[in-house]
Write a protein that binds this ligand. Structure first.
Ligand SMILES: [Zn+2]
Ligand SMILES: [Zn+2]
Length: 578
């Protein structure tokens, strides 16, 4: 959700949160309600209560909320001076603390909202009336520390959501159910792709052979495509002296996000990106304009220190693999290079089967002096070029202030994930700042030294995240070219094992990823196992296949037909190339 729709739902869910608090207070008069902000999908509410809310209680609260909604209360705003508010809320330590915090910030008036008999301090905004809320649902209960600080008291937290109609609620709940079924963590386990281990650490997934195969396929795909498009490759170290990051600006802008390593002769870091390393390669000789653009690619292991509470599956991890590349070009080459970069991005999206995406033009915020490189002229010029490029390509785009990288504006490739939330899959960033920090130059036509421009880009993004996204979008029914096991040969009995292996050898030699099911199980069980593993093509092998050399094909979808060997091979090769 963006723009007006986002604002509307913030008001909507904020109002739903008031209805929730109202219900809570009516059911449990001794409850001490803390805060209940709208979140990306719905709201959550934190409160202190001597009783632990369970799922039965959630139903009770929900029923009470529905009862309150029937009253169609107006949301009425009033104001109280601080002293009066402190008196009014004196029995609630959380409200008292918030009022005192506001007073410390210089507020003298506290804004109050009333719906029916329920009064709460709140900044708003809200819907005009609770009558707009047609359906509510409490989703789960959890716990949270007051103000998110673990030194504070632990409160109960309940998540909920509301919609205008029951139909919208049903659609949301159906999407939520699908998201749970398609969770890449669940599928990763079922399809034996990756595991997590407590002794290895959170946020550090281990890829099992099937998952590692997917990583390899994805990496080969992008490396080959980049080579076709004039990229050359580098290999650079993951561990690097602090000095490099002092030049790049990461030391001052991004130090908290990097893993620090103390080694005898000084301070080192695990690298969070590949750019500074590739720039050192660029600087190792004097380039001329004739040699530009230089497109340096590296599928690199990178490290970023996410909060451990934020770590999630393959999406938020400490070590990840980025399809990183930097295009070093003259300012005149920036436009054509941006066009061809977006062309590569679209090629990758098509290959991955991602049809619904849009661009987000992420700009700086001139008022945020600490986050961005201080060079207003550079920002305005580079943003103008990006805008021009975006206005020319057909893909729709949105604009976002204060979302740029610290060194320049960027184009994010946005998708909607299985939870219905907006997600950034890949990025293309323009950088006028780092070439100056690194004193990168090229010899121009007139023999003078000039400053190049850099495009940072990731065309299939972070491989782990892309795999997670693909799993959730397809529910594990991966496209043939990306499936770790593309074909499974199922011999009807042990008697046909040797022939099955002979067939495997032939297909394997043609580049098809094929396995033979050697388990001593019934045919029905073997077919079921292959279906559970979401193998795209099953090939049942028995006496008839052996004598006629015609094979019984069973697709993942259930479709069945017979093919001769040559037909089979050409079909598989065609599917692999799609
Ligand atoms: Zn409110
Ligand atoms: Zn970079």
């Amino acid at each position: 959700m963006v723009g007006e729709e986002k604002e509307y739902y913030e008001k909507f869910w904020h109002t739903t949160a008031h209805v929730f608090a109202n219900a809570l207070v009516e059911l449990y008069p001794n409850v001490k309600i803390a805060i209940g902000p709208p979140i990306e999908q719905g709201f959550h509410y934190d409160f202190e209560l001597d009783k632990n809310i369970d799922s039965k209680d959630l139903e009770k609260i929900e029923a009470k909320m529905n009862e309150i909604l029937k009253r169609k209360d107006k949301m009425i705003k009033t104001e109280m001076p601080v002293a009066e508010a402190l008196k009014f809320f004196k029995d609630n330590p959380y409200k008292v603390e918030m009022i005192n915090d506001l007073a410390k910030e210089g507020e003298t008036i506290i804004s109050i909202y009333t719906n029916g008999k329920f009064v709460d301090m709140c900044r708003g905004p809200h819907l005009e009336s609770t009558a707009e809320i047609g359906a509510v649902k409490l989703l789960k209960n959890s716990v949270a520390y007051w103000k998110g600080n673990e030194k504070n008291k632990q409160l109960q937290r309940i998540y909920g959501i509301g919609f205008k109609t029951q139909k919208e609620m049903d659609e949301f709940l159906a999407m939520k159910k699908k998201a749970e079924e398609n969770s890449h963590i669940k599928l990763g386990k079922e399809l034996e792709l990756f595991v997590q281990s407590d002794v290895v650490g959170k946020g550090l997934p281990l890829f099992a052979p099937r998952g590692a195969m997917m990583m390899q396929v994805l990496q080969r795909f992008i490396e080959d495509e980049e080579t076709r498009r004039g990229y050359v490759r580098t290999r650079t170290p993951v561990i690097t002296k602090a000095e490099l990051y002092k030049i790049s600006g990461h030391y001052s802008h991004y130090k908290d996000g990097m893993f620090h390593v103390e080694i005898e002769d000084g301070e080192y870091f695990l690298r969070p990106m590949t750019c500074p390393h590739q720039f050192m390669i660029y600087k190792s000789k004097q380039y001329s304009y004739r040699e530009l653009p230089l497109r340096l690619g590296e599928v690199a292991s990178l490290f970023r220190k996410e909060q451990s509470g934020e770590l999630h599956g393959l999406i938020r991890i400490w070590q990840f693999t980025l399809n990183d590349a930097h295009i070093i070009c003259t300012p005149e080459q920036l436009r054509p290079e941006l066009y061809s970069t977006l062309d590569l991005v679209q090629f990758c999206l098509k290959k991955l089967g991602i049809k619904e995406y849009w661009y987000r033009f992420s700009k700086w915020d001139p008022n945020n002096k600490t986050k961005y490189v201080d060079n207003p002229k550079m920002w305005e010029e580079s943003q103008a070029i990006l805008k021009e490029v975006l206005d020319t390509v057909k893909t729709p785009y949105t604009e976002a202030d204060d979302e740029a990288a610290f060194y320049g504006p960027k184009i994010d490739i946005q998708v909607r994930n299985v939870h219905g939330k907006e997600d950034t899959l890949f990025t293309v960033q323009v950088d006028f700042a780092m070439p100056a920090s690194f004193d990168m130059t090229y010899i121009s036509k007139d023999g003078s030294k000039q400053r190049p421009v850099v495009i940072h880009r990731a065309a299939v993004g972070c491989l782990e995240r892309t795999i997670a996204f693909m799993l959730e979008q397809t529910g594990g029914n991966l496209p043939f070219w990306l499936a770790p096991e593309q074909v499974r040969i199922i011999p009807v009995s042990e008697k046909f094992l040797d022939d099955a292996h002979e067939l495997k050898k032939q297909l394997f030699a043609s580049g098809i990823r094929v396995e033979v099911d050697e388990k001593d199980q019934t045919l029905g069980n073997k077919i079921r196992n292959a279906q559970v593993m979401k193998i795209p093509i099953m090939l049942v092998f028995g006496e008839k296949e052996k004598t006629t050399k015609e094979y019984q094909i069973r697709e993942r979808s259930g479709k069945q037909y017979k093919l001769k060997y040559d037909e089979l091979l050409s079909m598989l090769k065609k599917m692999d190339a799609e």
